[in-house]
Design a protein around this ligand. Sequence first.
Ligand code: TPP
Ligand code: MG
Length: 668
Amino acid sequence: MPDTPAAAASSTELANAIRALAMDAVQKANSGHPGMPMGMAEISEVLWRRFLRHNPANPRWPDRDRFVLSNGHGSMLQYALLHLTGYDLPIEEIRNFRQLHSKTPGHPEVGYTPGVETTTGPLGQGLANAVGFAIAEKLLAAEFNRDGHTIVDHHTYVFVGDGCLMEGISHEACSLAGVLGLNKLIALYDDNGISIDGEVRGWFRDDTPMRFRAYGWNVIADVDGHDTAAIARAIEQARAETAKPTLICCKTIIGKGSPNKAGTEGVHGAALGDKEVAATREAIGWKSAPFEIPEAIYRAWDARPRGAQIESEWQKRFDAFERAQPQAAAEFKRRIAGELPSNWNEVVTGMIQRANDKAETVASRKASQIALEAIAPKLPGLIGGSADLTGSNLTNWSGTKAMTATQAGNYIYFGVREFAMAAIGNGLALHGGFIPYSGTFLTFSDYSRNALRMAALMRARNIFVFTHDSIGLGEDGPTHQSIEQVASLRLIPQMDLWRPCDTVETMVAWACAIERKDGPTSLALSRQNLPFVQRAPQAIDAIRRGGYVISEAANARAAIIATGSEVSIALAAQKTLAAEGIPVRVVSMPCTSVFDRQEASWRDSVLPKGMPRAAIEAGVRDYWFKYVGLDGAIVGIDRFGESAPAADVYKFLGVDAAHLVAAVKAIV
Ligand SMILES: Cc1ncc(C[n+]2csc(CCOP(=O)(O)OP(=O)(O)O)c2C)c(N)n1
Ligand SMILES: [Mg+2]
């Protein structure tokens, strides 16, 4: 066991410091969840003081252990730990728990609080993020460690509650973690028998140890979560495991310490009340006033000296590695910093140039694979995958190598697990060292929906390849034809959605997705072929602006806005209208949010004020009123699709040039 820092305070008092901070902060905010921190206080004390390798002075140290609070409602547990161990989280921030612009938001949020690795609260997703962290560690270790040079060697610890394990995503993520043999993933289960509605046996009776053994996990069952020696033994055992992830099942009492509320749902998510806080102080023998921690307890918790020491030991190892392997060390630094290779711009320019020269008519999913073929060999750290649709999503490329339990790779066969796939991608992106992308059908983006939202909230560079993006997929019918998904993904703040119309736009979409350091991108790609569009060189440059004039007409009387597969319909309508003496311009708008971020002069030049507008997109019409106005015209689909060959479905639903021509005539 690692050395225990010299402690004048007993481990009971150290755990009680967590209890006091949690109950007092929740009481002061009159909002929050005291039960979980009070119930997991001993587990936290053992893990954080005896095992966790971290440096409070440098929360970004690349080889730190990762800690994820998947049961994020217990945020005060994490804030107490960060405060006590010496992170830049002063007691004023604890006093300001859950207040506007504090560093202690209601649930842990990455980017707000030093030491918080991922945003948690949506139950189960932190666990899937942790699987992503553990995959990242395993792959980086395989890539960068050399004989005599261990640069990457850390654990991922994740706390989970009943809620996390009830959530379906826990099955997806943990089943895959077992297959991949993520032995440095250690989950600690807060088995307190309580969730919000009361005793969980009314709705949750899984044999959890048996369930996780069936996934191929190492399970340490029946640990008394208030017995520090037993917890320490279990964590040691978990760390000694070499082939499987570990679940430590800890029997705990929610709200332990509260004489009248412990063990009940009443302590889950409400302040104890002044009387019960006082009674708890009495019961646990906590003499200090709210937000006061005795000096001896601060000293015992302080992780800064040991953190500085272990980081400097690592730095020495890294320096030696750098001397021996300067190129590998430089690559490691680039990857961890999230920077692109120095020749990136040439790679992108060359790829776009080739696509433009070839002028191929292919499906945009195929164009996406062509982009991957150009980018991936030049971008180590790009890691792909698909939810069992590799051959449809075309997320593979010639250098694809599957990750397995015993082999590193750059591709994950996620199986049919869309939600975990997206959340694991978030973990990979947040860990550092990787740019993840993953594929499924656009319609099933709904399965992963909350992880997409979390990617956006966390500004994670996670790229979602959504193919079969409309009724254009044809025969599979309305279950598979996305109607509302494109519009609804655009509604997620900080999510960029690209729906490219041909090979060149697809190349640009990929480039923008990878260059975008501060947020996720969804790519909506067609199953069916899309005709190549000849465009002027300045129009190629303009694609990056999200919306641009793809085909101009002198004295245009209207603008038609189109995306993806409907751009060619717009161009056909433009011809028909021209023949009838109605000149119109066609605007391709592959990414509305990028267009919205352009300066007003650009937006006005593309869509001049006063020029009547029509839009066409094979999906719900609502989104387009924003661009065409209430007097504009929209050709779209406000119903579910039909099972038939694509051309028949397009015709039946009226998404065609004839309808567009009529719509334009009605507005000019
Ligand atoms: C996906 C999701 N659904 C619902 C909630 C609301 N919620 C927060 S905590 C909780 C119960 C969790 O029970 P458990 O994990 O056992 O926590 P404990 O009460 O033991 O702290 C629920 C339903 C949520 N945060 N996330
Ligand atoms: Mg519980």
